[in-house]
Write a protein of this length. Structure first.
Length: 291
């Protein structure tokens, strides 16, 4: 959800240490409570968005404490099948208010009745792409029905700016080939966590000659979650380009032939392994602590 609370770009710049504060301290002029107490109050309200918004309206000091949490997550929703460029307006709005550096997570979703994902290269105008590239502190991407095939070979053009900071990625029913998926993931050299749910093979989107981008440390050392994932080629590619995998935790649901290659690659770093099987009549799970 995008919340356009605008107290001026000067306040945001001071919060981000772009502009030094005035001589008179912020605490002295705007709040009589100890700073540590106000931080505890803010932390208590983080899970309640409405309460956090009300808190931010109390005074300037409360606003500056609340604003990083208010703009932590940017959600871009596909609610109608037309006017896809209008759905990128929140990107330009946050950029205009100087709030883009506060965004740490971006979610791209679509309505169930929309036939195809609206988040495709034609949806970006030159201006919106420039504003989208200004999100330089994003640590998590959650992408629903991303048609990776449509972004090839220009993935670096649209997603390359996330590489220095991105630590976690969630792909819900991505549309691509196994090689395109590994090519996409290889662009984020600082990834720790990968979640992939039911990838959809794109039969008419084969692009030959895709060269994966070499990784730099750290190399996928967090958590791997897979749901109905059967593509051995993707992990073979990533193992080659990364020089191995270092996942510590694995959650595998309805796993298939890719499991042996993953277990062999992560044998030295694996701490917890969970298997889930989901059938028509029953569910079963097995958790193994290897630490």
């Amino acid at each position: 959800m995008v919340i356009a609370w605008n107290r001026g770009k000067t306040s945001i710049n001071r919060l981000l240490h772009i502009i030094p504060p005035k001589t008179r301290g912020m605490r002295e002029s705007t709040c009589r409570f100890p700073y540590e107490i106000m931080e505890m109050v803010t932390a208590h309200l983080v899970g309640d968005l409405n309460a956090l918004k009300a808190f931010s309206l109390t005074c300037r000091f409360c606003y500056l404490l609340a604003v990083p949490h208010l703009h932590h997550t940017l959600t871009l929703r596909g609610t109608t099948p037309d006017k896809s460029r209008d759905k990128l307006k929140p990107v330009s709005k946050l950029h205009g208010l100087g709030l883009a550096p506060l965004v740490k997570e971006i979610r791209v979703t679509r309505a169930h009745y929309v036939g195809d994902c609206w988040f495709v290269p034609p949806a970006f105008s030159r201006r919106s792409l420039r504003h989208f590239s200004a999100f330089a502190n994003v640590q998590a991407l959650i992408l629903q029905n991303l048609n990776i095939s449509r972004f090839i070979p220009g993935i670096q053009h649209h997603f390359g700016h996330f590489s220095p900071t991105l630590r976690s990625i969630v792909l819900v029913q991505p549309r691509c080939t196994p090689r395109q998926l590994s090519y996409f993931l290889s662009h984020f050299s600082n990834l720790d966590d990968i979640n992939i749910y039911q990838p959809l093979r794109h039969p008419h989107a084969i692009v030959p000659g895709l060269e994966l981008v070499p990784f730099s440390p750290p190399k996928l050392r967090g958590r791997l979650k897979l749901f109905e994932f059967t593509w051995d080629e993707t992990w073979a590619d990533l193992i080659t380009v990364c020089g191995g995998l270092q996942f510590c935790y694995m959650d595998l649901r309805n796993f298939a032939s890719c499991v042996p290659i993953l277990l062999e690659a992560c044998a030295e770093t694996m701490e917890t392994l969970r298997f889930y099987t989901i059938g028509k009549w029953s569910n079963a799970s097995l958790s193994v602590n290897l630490s």
